[in-house]
Ligand binder design. Structure first.
Ligand code: ATP
Length: 372
């Protein structure tokens, strides 16, 4: 398969999928109407708050749940009638579910033997596959140990190796890092990303942790209340959020009312409260004079001397030391509050005192216009 073709093939297509649990008229609606194409070879993340429907979507791809309407295609084939074990898909769960009475190698071998793919493999091939998988997750040294003799992170690696062993085309990962502590979670992020790149298997990763999603994914779908809010690369989602929900859920942001002054083909000039002019990518539906909301990230604002040109007057409310950054809260003349963030560079940050009058400078091209 050529690289181009491989890029264009949808590994998983979700077509107009709706899911209602229980009674179709009165039951809870987990997914309203979802359309998504997940590409072959992609690290794709379903991101959203608790209850948005991400696990439901994952379970439908795995075959543990069925859509109330719509269809799911795997590499172009409708898989509605295929039970979970006949789908070229495997799942890594949050809880590792390893068998405590078996060694690590036995856990992997048993997982393979009970999989339709593994049944075709002879004993020697299974032993070889188990070694390969343990090497992939750097756990060869622990092959003879029992799960209880491993740390949480090591058990998670074994669970990953076990899910990868049958060579699924698509690997589903349901919040697999949430039981690990912060340091381990960060290390595992890099490792997961590198294993995905090495194996070329399509990963569909579910999380409510925006940092996890931003650091690992090729693309992210942000979900809320059973609907996809935006799909894009991490930088698209962070820099150009579609709506208020996405802007607020991914990182921190400031919302500012503004009015459209000029519209060009590819951008708009907008005047924010306080008078500064901002340039943002244009959007359908904008017209001259329209009142809109802008999202501006705290790191795109600077605090300067109050009399500097092209600034908005503000007053410092508080200053918070975050280690890597300093965060300030300032108030504007209309009473609104904004957050400002600067990297903590030795000797370069001025110290301000609450109540001090300052000027606020905006990076002119750092705003995005929100649709609602
Ligand atoms: P979390 O991060 O908390 O796991 P989620 O985004 O994965 O949340 P889902 O588990 O997919 O969300 O649930 C979506 C909605 O469907 C929720 O309102 C939930 O209460 C409901 N739901 C999920 N499973 C069932 C079920 N078996 N029966 C009835 N309602 C369900």
């Amino acid at each position: 398969m050529s690289a181009l073709h491989s890029l264009q093939t949808a590994a998983v297509s979700i077509r107009s999928v709706r899911k209602v649990y229980g009674d179709p008229q009165t039951g809870p609606v987990a997914l309203k109407h979802v359309d998504l194409d997940i590409r072959d070879n992609e690290f794709f993340t379903l991101l959203g708050p608790s209850g948005c429907g991400k696990t439901t979507l994952l379970r439908m791809i795995a075959g543990f749940e069925f859509p109330s309407a719509g269809e799911i295609l795997l590499y172009g084939e409708n898989i509605a009638d295929r039970p979970p074990y006949e789908r070229p898909v495997n799942t890594v769960f949050q809880h590792y579910a390893l068998f405590p009475h078996m060694s690590i190698a036995e856990n992997l071998a048993f997982g393979l033997e009970s999989h339709p793919m593994g049944k075709r493999l002879g004993k020697t091939a299974i032993t070889q596959r188990v070694s390969e998988m343990l090497a992939l997750v750097q756990m060869e040294r622990f092959a003879d140990r029992r799960p209880s003799q491993l740390s949480g992170g090591q058990q998670q690696r074994v669970a990953l190796a076990r899910a990868l062993a049958p060579h699924p085309k698509v690997l589903l990962l349901d919040e697999p890092l949430s039981a690990l502590d912060l340091k381990l979670r960060q290390a595992m992020r890099e490792e997961l990303k590198s294993i995905q790149a090495k194996t070329g298997i399509t990963f569909i990763f579910v999380t409510h942790d925006q940092e996890e999603a931003l650091t690992m994914s090729d693309r992210i779908a942000v979900l809320a209340e059973g609907q996809v809010q935006q799909v894009g690369r991490p930088s698209d989602i962070y820099e150009q959020p579609n709506n208020r929900f996405v802007a607020d859920f991914i990182g921190e942001t400031n919302f500012l009312p503004a009015q459209v002054e000029t519209l060009a083909d590819d951008h708009a000039l907008l005047r924010i409260t306080g008078g500064q002019l901002m340039r943002a990518a244009g959007r359908e539906g904008l017209h001259q004079g329209a009142q809109v909301t802008l999202s501006i990230r705290p790191e795109r604002l600077q605090l300067v001397a109050p009399d500097s040109p092209e600034t908005t007057p503000c007053t410092l409310v508080e200053q918070i030391y975050l280690g890597t950054d300093l965060q300030y809260q300032v108030s504007l003349a209309d009473g609104s509050h904004l957050r400002v963030r600067t990297p903590n560079r030795a000797g370069q940050n001025q110290s301000f005192v609450p109540g001090q009058r300052l000027g606020l400078q905006f990076d002119r091209e750092s705003a995005s216009v929100l649709l609602d």
